[in-house]
Design a protein around this ligand. Structure first.
Ligand code: NAD
Length: 453
């Protein structure tokens, strides 16, 4: 069997060799999931809830191990990796409250009783990217299991270790065999097979918009249910009446966290022209002060990029003649490092301003007023997240309603809470994850009429 070599992006050392599953192995996993399906959906709601709570507890007792695996595999700073492992636990706990609450409706009709049921959708294929291996796994896994579905997860090629470990922890927690399987392998082989297999009834895909389009076309052939979480090019809009000190101090973490490999990265900062120079003065020390270095050190704020290839791609957005306003630092020695980089002024058609860089590169442009800020923020095929900085409540609400994006923060950069919905407008995705409504993505509504006459 062929294998993938997992490389530590901070040291370039080999971490592990992981088997790369074949399409036949994907078929076998689907058969196991199909065999487990009937028993899993008939586990009583209270018992299914208890199993999910137990799963969350087992994850909780392995948080440090999972965090350290992610540090080695993804180069995420350890504080961030601990949050990610904790997020898996929290999402499992949150959806462990769902099985007893998956209620339908009773609708008045003549001559009988009409009720609706939320039926499990069936086998779920969960295709995960490399940038947030643990949280994105949990966001699909927890509600899918809670709703009574078996799940087959396909982690990204470079970052399969935490998913494989979480699969083992599920068994340790008592989840029946076949209910949650992890299949490391190539997207074009295992991922594609999950998309094509008739018995897989739902795909949850997080990744690039390009692959997402391909998967959507594949799912269309069987009218397969689909959730898509795709790319982003989010705006961070700073108005003249904002608390500029806070806006500038927080702007780096809103784009450089996990080295900018974040779909929610606020990689376009739009600053009202009257305060542009002052904002740049405040931004410079904040960017130079980002602690870039060994991800195992809890003081580190930014680690390396995932791979040498990805670093070359990110670097292509900062050619020699690029308008670099200022940059942060990187450690010497091995590792796929790239410094936090601020580009200003940039041309409207500069690819760094229009495309998802997925690296620690931010562009800053001046805007005249509210109307121009909204027009530029919306001038992108993406619509995932964004931030608005202003002390004017009316403006905050006007702009929040006008920006075409799924997740906005005012005077904050928070994008994700497991109990609020998350997802994209336009080419950033389809459907919503997290929050109370995510269960709808893993259930089908069935209407039953019972005649009484
Ligand atoms: P990618 O699209 O290259 O790969 C994502 C996953 O899809 C991987 O597991 C890959 O193996 C698999 N895949 C590739 N080809 C496939 C195919 N033909 N059929 C089935 N599966 C296939 O993305 P990536 O580089 O791993 O991740 C980065 C991208 O993910 C960025 O664009 C980022 O914005 C996006 N992302 C979005 C969100 C969100 O919630 N909107 C979150 C994280 C990342």
């Amino acid at each position: 069997m062929s294998t993938f070599t997992v490389v530590n992006p901070a040291t370039e050392e080999t971490v592990a060799a992981v088997p790369s599953c074949s399409a036949e192995q994907a078929d076998e996993a689907v058969a196991r999931a199909a065999a487990a399906q009937a028993a899993w959906r008939s586990v009583g709601p209270g018992d299914r809830a208890a199993l999910l709570r137990r799963f969350a507890e087992v994850v909780d007792t392995h948080l440090e191990e999972l965090a350290q695996l992610e540090v080695a595999c993804s180069g995420h700073p350890v504080g961030q990796a601990r949050w990610e492992a904790g997020n898996v636990r929290d999402v499992l706990r949150y959806y462990s409250a769902a099985p007893e609450r998956l209620t339908g409706q009773q609708i008045p009709v003549p001559g009988g009783l009409d009720v609706t049921f939320k039926e499990p959708v069936g086998i779920v294929g969960l295709i995960v990217p490399w940038n947030f291996p643990m949280p994105i796994l949990g966001w699909g896994l927890a509600p899918a299991l809670a709703a009574g579905n078996p799940v087959i997860a396909k982690p990204a090629e470079r970052t399969p270790l935490t998913a494989i470990r979480i699969g083992e922890l599920a068994l340790e927690a008592g989840l029946p065999e076949g209910v949650f399987q992890v299949l490391p392998g190539k997207g074009s082989v295992v991922g594609q097979r999950l998309v094509d297999h008739e018995a897989v009834r739902k795909i949850v895909f997080t990744g690039s918009t390009e692959v997402g389009r391909h998967i959507m076309a594949g799912c269309a052939r069987q009218v397969k249910r689909l959730t898509l979480e795709l790319g982003g090019k989010s705006a961070n809009i700073v108005f003249a009446d904002a608390n500029l000190e806070r806006a500038a101090a927080t702007a780096p973490s809103a784009v450089f966290d996990i080295a900018g490999q974040d779909c929610c990265a606020r990689s376009r900062i739009l600053v009202q022209r009257s305060v542009f120079d002052r904002f740049m003065e405040l931004l410079e020390p904040a960017v130079r002060g980002v602690a870039v270095g060994d991800p195992r050190d809890s003081a580190t704020e930014m680690g390396p990029l995932i791979s040498a290839e990805h670093r070359a791609r990110v670097a292509s957005y900062v050619p020699d003649q690029a308008p670099v306003a200022f940059r942060g630092t990187t450690p010497a020695g091995p590792g796929f490092w790239f410094p936090p980089t601020v580009l200003a002024p940039v041309a409207a058609d500069d690819p760094a301003f229009t495309e998802e860089v997925f690296g620690p590169v931010v562009t800053v442009v001046p805007v005249e007023d509210e109307a121009e800020a909204i027009a530029i923020a919306n001038d992108t095929p993406y619509g995932l997240s964004g931030s608005i900085w202003t002390e004017n409540l009316g403006r905050a609400l006007r702009v929040a309603r006008a920006v075409e994006t799924g997740n906005l923060s005012v005077n904050s950069h928070a994008s994700v809470r497991y109990w609020t919905p998350f997802g994209g407008f336009k080419q950033s995705g389809l459907g919503r994850e997290l929050g109370p409504d995510a269960l709808d993505a893993f259930t089908e509504v069935k209407n039953v009429f019972i005649a009484t006459d």
